[in-house]
Design a protein. Structure first.
Length: 175
């Protein structure tokens, strides 16, 4: 298991082709394109999900993050799972499923920032910036994300505070 401290942001970003053009201009490194299905479990206010990547790999992800529409700090623990199907059955029986988020994610890297271009089923397109950090580098890493906001023309009004799971639950209750 690996625990990390991150600074991150999520924003609504309608035109992913424009984002790809900007990524090319700044020479961001393309990591890959993946189909990710995140199964969130019922554990109260905390967040626990099992991520299925391209029906090949599974990761159990626990994270703590405030629901703020800004650059925020989060803690994440990630474990690669050998048998995700069995683990999902166990967690579903014990905890119950909160919601399942289905998305296509393109991952890029720029100056240590992982940039995600996400197309989320039922919700639309988003961009995320995630930068691993340490307590003594948070100020500089937040500044790097602020600079990327300018580069991608992301305004404060574009920022999203909620997780995809919360956004999807909001969407489903309105439907």
């Amino acid at each position: 298991m690996v625990g990390k401290l991150l600074v991150e942001l999520k924003a609504k970003y309608t035109d992913l082709n424009k984002a790809r053009e900007i990524l090319k201009e700044i020479n961001a490194k393309f990591i890959g394109r993946y189909h990710q299905v995140d199964t969130y479990y019922l554990i109260g206010e905390k967040r626990l999900k099992l991520r299925n990547v391209d029906d090949k790999e599974y990761f159990l992800v626990y994270y703590e993050r405030p629901n703020l529409a800004s650059i925020k700090q989060s803690k994440i623990i990630l474990a690669k799972i050998l048998d995700g199907i069995e683990l999902n059955e166990i967690l579903e029986d014990i905890l119950g499923i909160k919601v399942i988020v289905d998305k296509i994610r393109e991952i890029y890297e720029y100056k240590g920032v992982r940039i995600h271009l996400d197309s989320v089923k039922y919700l639309g397109n988003f961009i995320e910036f995630e930068k691993p950090t340490t307590k003594n580098k948070i100020v500089n890493d937040r500044k790097l994300l602020e600079d990327l906001m300018l580069t991608f023309r992301i305004t404060r009004d574009d920022l999203i505070g909620k997780s995809y799971s919360d956004l999807l639950l909001d969407h489903l209750t309105k439907s």
